[in-house]
Write a protein that binds this ligand. Sequence first.
Ligand SMILES: [Zn+2]
Ligand SMILES: [Zn+2]
Length: 254
Amino acid sequence: MDLQVIATGSAGNCYVLRAGGAHGQSLLLDAGLPIAQIIRAVKGWDRIVGCLITHEHQDHAKSAVEIARRGIWTYATKGTIEAINPANGPLKPAQLRSAKCLQSITIGDFTVIAFQTEHDAAEPCGWLIRYDPTDETVVYATDTYYLRHTFPGVHYWIVECNHTDTILQQQLENGDLDAALRTRLVKSHMSLRRLCDALEANDLTETRAIILVHLSDERSDEKAMVEAVKEVTGIDDVWAAEAGETYQLRLTPF
Ligand SMILES: [Zn+2]
Ligand SMILES: [Zn+2]
């Protein structure tokens, strides 16, 4: 598998999870950019069989309806769909499809399950994704200050690491961050500390790689985050996602 990062962070999130080599299928993870930009950036548009949306915020769902209108099965929770489409009336069949948390859905060669996340949105979710031909399993969790579930047998994690508590505290003391925004951040986005706790709560025996996403521009420290996650998990392949990069996800190191 590999993960193409088209955009990551509060200005837009869009990723392509590509499985099965040159002729395999792909999933779009979030669609938080203008549609033309997504189509231009995606390598292998005709291989995309589905799109998974985490919540209605524009940096994740800007083009969700446009993607669905192009015939790609696009899933979100009911609450997210209603929040995306308040003025559009009843959805047409070609538009967004509703996913219930903890119920599995088959999309081409993938089986996906939405799970509840903790964010200031209507019904946010993350996605547990399995590529059935190889059983490779991925967790995609972003815009959540906490993970209430643990996940057995995950090979690859695509998880938010938004800020560090140290930087937040420094900015608060320097007057660079007001108390209300700090409160919002710690109740909506994942800190390094909480991510480490969440990863430690899981059995990582099968884990091969961890990709940190949605880093804050002003309140993250990429190097320190990568090092801290490596240390806590014992996993060598930990990367901070950068727009335009593609990350190889392999079960074996060769
Ligand atoms: Zn976001
Ligand atoms: Zn959000």
